[in-house]
Design a protein around this ligand. Structure first.
Ligand code: BMA
Length: 314
């Protein structure tokens, strides 16, 4: 690692990557981009598992300490309905929001018309109740807030429009029942030109409630002569009115640097679908996919992240 990066806010776990395809009980190509939940005292990762067909399903790994001794559950899988339009080419990138003892999983369905946003519910990560398509293609990188606002659910997502040129911004939409969505509004746009988050951005983990507002982790994609670089930055939304953006980081916070982030099926990718605030109220554990190949974890202090954002905001 480059010496100047040692002071980074997110500290990579020494045991990274914590999970790879070799940990799976059957032959798969790659495991990455897990959603995270706490279930009966254990950390549960719902990972994107790409078979050697190229199609992904979601599979469970669990650990008592959330860092080591992972048990991969061969009978706890959410598999795509390949006969449906929405999931014809697989399911990917789950974001998990816990409401009471229910878990709402917002995931990407890979349809024949491109990615779209789907919802499923579970209590045990063994049986999954499909709740249908929330947003038509092309749309992905979606997650629900963990509470309602004056009786309405709020969803962050990332539709793509083709005119006047490809634009991929972060949007907010509202629903009374998790079924009918409206009042769509852009939360913030991809920057332009040379910026690290030019042209294409998307939500990573579900919004995290903090004393200063909803903390958002989002990814930005920079296009270079050598291909795309996926990095992570932060934004902050008003706690009562999440359509108000209070801050957005000018710099990225975590980008590909370790060899397992730089080289893989898709080089130069750090991509996250889940983070956890630990019981001390300050330690954030970020689970992320590295180079679309393996699963890693890094930790940071919530206070330090919020301070950093207030000093590096546009
Ligand atoms: C995004 C998603 C992620 C993937 C990333 C880099 O568009 O498809 O699943 O990790 O691209 O390939």
């Amino acid at each position: 690692m480059r010496p100047e990066l040692r002071g980074e806010l997110f500290q990579r776990h020494d045991g990274n990557p914590i999970l790879t395809a070799a940990d799976w009980p059957h032959t798969v190509n790659a495991v990455f981009n897990p959603g995270v939940a706490q279930l009966r005292g254990e950390t549960l990762l719902l990972a994107r598992v790409e078979d050697r067909t190229g199609i992904s399903h979601l599979g469970v790994a669990r650990s008592v300490n959330g860092l080591t001794d992972w048990i991969v559950e061969h009978d706890r899988n959410m598999v795509p309905d390949l006969a449906s339009h929405a999931e014809q080419f697989g399911i990917e990138d789950p974001r998990i929001t816990q409401i009471g003892d229910e878990y709402l999983i917002v995931y990407t369905g890979y349809s024949s018309d491109g990615p779209l946003v789907c919802l499923a519910k579970t209590r045990d990560f063994r049986s999954f109740e499909r709740r249908g398509v929330l947003m038509p293609p092309e749309d992905k990188d979606a997650a629900l807030f963990p509470r309602q606002f004056e009786g309405r659910w709020a969803l962050i997502h990332r539709p793509v429009s083709a005119t006047p040129r490809l634009a991929a911004h972060i949007w907010l939409s509202w629903s009374p029942d998790l079924r009918h969505w409206g009042a769509h509004t852009i939360l913030f746009s991809a920057r332009e030109g040379a910026w690290w988050d030019a042209h294409k951005i998307g939500l990573c983990a579900p919004p995290l409630e903090t004393p200063r507002g909803w903390l958002l982790l989002y990814h930005g994609v920079q296009t270079t002569a050598a291909g795309s670089i996926y990095r992570l930055g932060l934004a902050l939304l008003d706690i009562a009115h999440p359509d108000r953006v209070l801050a957005r980081s000018s710099e990225w916070l975590l980008g590909p640097d370790a060899p397992y982030e730089r080289i893989g099926d898709v080089d130069q990718v750090v991509f996250s679908c889940g983070w956890q605030l630990l019981d001390d109220g300050d330690t954030i554990r970020l689970y992320y996919g590295a180079a679309d190949t393996s699963i890693c974890v890094a930790t940071a202090s919530l206070c330090a992240l919020l301070d950093w954002l207030s000093r590096h905001s546009t």
